[in-house]
Design a protein around this ligand. Structure first.
Ligand SMILES: [Ca+2]
Ligand SMILES: [Ca+2]
Length: 104
């Protein structure tokens, strides 16, 4: 019996830990802001909600895949080379991962 109870406690702890981590991750993702934000147009803010996050990255991927999505084309050109391509997507990804990259 003791073994079973110990297993139940460990399982409960594991579930709580996973749930807690997921909640923290969701909160962090939703509230992410960048010190480089500009007032009028946030670079990389493809959906115009004022933040650059996974939603924008998802839109970028969809756009590059040729899907019909509405994005802010000026904000999508994060390396400011005049075109929107995989380089911009990679830069967005690196930026969100916390890499020391500059969005223009
Ligand atoms: Ca956004
Ligand atoms: Ca570009």
């Amino acid at each position: 019996m003791k073994k079973i109870r110990a297993l139940a406690v460990i399982t409960a702890f594991a579930v709580l830990t996973v749930c807690g981590t997921m909640t923290a991750a969701a909160l962090t993702d939703g509230g992410s802001t960048s010190p480089d934000e500009k007032e009028l147009s946030v670079i990389g803010d493809l959906n115009g909600d004022g933040k650059l996050n996974m939603v924008d990255y998802g839109l970028m991927r969809a756009y590059l895949a040729g899907k019909s999505v509405t994005i802010d084309l000026a904000a999508a050109d994060v390396d400011n080379n005049g075109e929107i391509n995989d380089g911009d997507r990679v830069l967005m990804q690196a930026y969100m991962a916390g890499a020391d990259v500059e969005l223009k």
